[in-house]
Design a protein around this ligand. Structure first.
Ligand code: BG6
Length: 293
């Protein structure tokens, strides 16, 4: 079914965003507002009632067919970065550069539900991806992947969540004490996190391995705690580019690294998913904004 054939509830509007990119705008909804681009099936905004925006979006982001939007929740699939061997292109997979199709939009007692599917193109892995977003008391993001072939297929995935923070120097990242991580800026051996709370004071790029943990970004200045919980995910990636890497990116303002932190729900590297013929796997990230006591 084409996107334009899907009946929309009164709270969901199909509209034109920057450079004519189609997006779904959720308004007049008791759980807050949201914006979702068909390009990459990328949610770029979620503002729950009485909260500042939860998702970060760069003011320098490029909105174009062949570029990933810088912010919100890009979907990295079916590989992460350059893939397990580092040689796959485009970086973070093709899903974030494609126009997804809307297949369902509904207003339910639990919130607004949106479903999008990734159209299959020549050269793609034999995997059918369906993405479900619920804009409710929490933001629920669920990526279901089904193997359409007769052989097992391996893939990587990440819901590359850019969280908005008041000031990176003032926030603490809780939930990962005692967990092992691969430092993408260091050597190949896993390191166990000894600190109870991670404070970001430099470039940080970590893949936490084998962790089902809920991560909390405690933000005293915004008086809130952003809680990222998950299912079907073995890895959590935590990333902030800091000064030099931010400057090197054309779609990232020089000082914007101060107001974001990525906490990514993922299955990457040794956590890659292998799905058998006809089988499927679902990874879900749930993001909640809680007032700070
Ligand atoms: C993170 C990676 O997930 O994504 C970083 O850990 C990477 O290494 C970042 O720089 C951004 O990637 P991209 O392709 O969106 O610039």
């Amino acid at each position: 079914m084409a996107t334009t054939d899907v009946a929309l509830p009164h709270s969901v509007h199909l509209e034109s965003g920057p450079n004519g990119l189609a997006r779904l705008a959720v308004r007049d909804n008791r759980y807050g507002t949201a914006e979702i681009y068909l390009h990459g099936a990328q949610i770029t905004s979620w503002v729950p009632p009485e909260h500042a925006p939860v998702l970060w979006l760069s003011a320098a982001s490029v909105f174009a067919d062949d570029v990933a939007i810088r912010g919100g929740v890009p979907i990295c699939f079916p590989w992460f970065g350059g893939g397990p061997r580092g040689d796959q292109r485009p970086s973070h997979g093709y899903a974030r550069l494609r126009e997804w199709e809307l297949t369902r939009a509904a207003d339910t007692p639990d919130g607004v539900e949106i479903e999008l599917v990734l159209p299959h193109a020549a050269g793609d892995l034999p995997l059918a991806a369906t993405y479900r977003i619920t804009v409710g008391t929490s933001l629920v993001l669920s990526l279901e992947v089904r193997n359409t072939s007769g052989e097992p297929v391996a893939y990587e995935e990440a819901l590359h969540t850019y969280l908005a923070v008041s000031d990176i120097a003032a926030v603490g990242v809780e939930g990962l004490a005692g967990e092992a991580y691969l430092d993408r800026l260091g050597g190949p051996d896993p390191i166990v996190q000894e600190e109870q709370v991670v404070r970001v004071a430099d470039e940080l790029d970590r893949i936490y391995v084998g962790t089902p943990a809920t991560v909390v970004v405690d933000d005293p200045q915004l008086r809130r705690r952003l809680v990222v919980s998950k299912t079907g995910s073995q890895n959590t990636v935590v990333w902030n580019p800091w000064t030099e890497k931010a400057r090197a990116m054309a779609d990232f303002g020089d000082e914007e690294y101060r107001t974001m932190l990525c906490v990514e729900t993922a299955n990457v590297r040794t956590g890659a998913v292998v799905v058998g013929p006809g089988e499927s796997h679902t990874m879900t990230a749930t993001i909640a904004a809680q007032p700070r006591p």
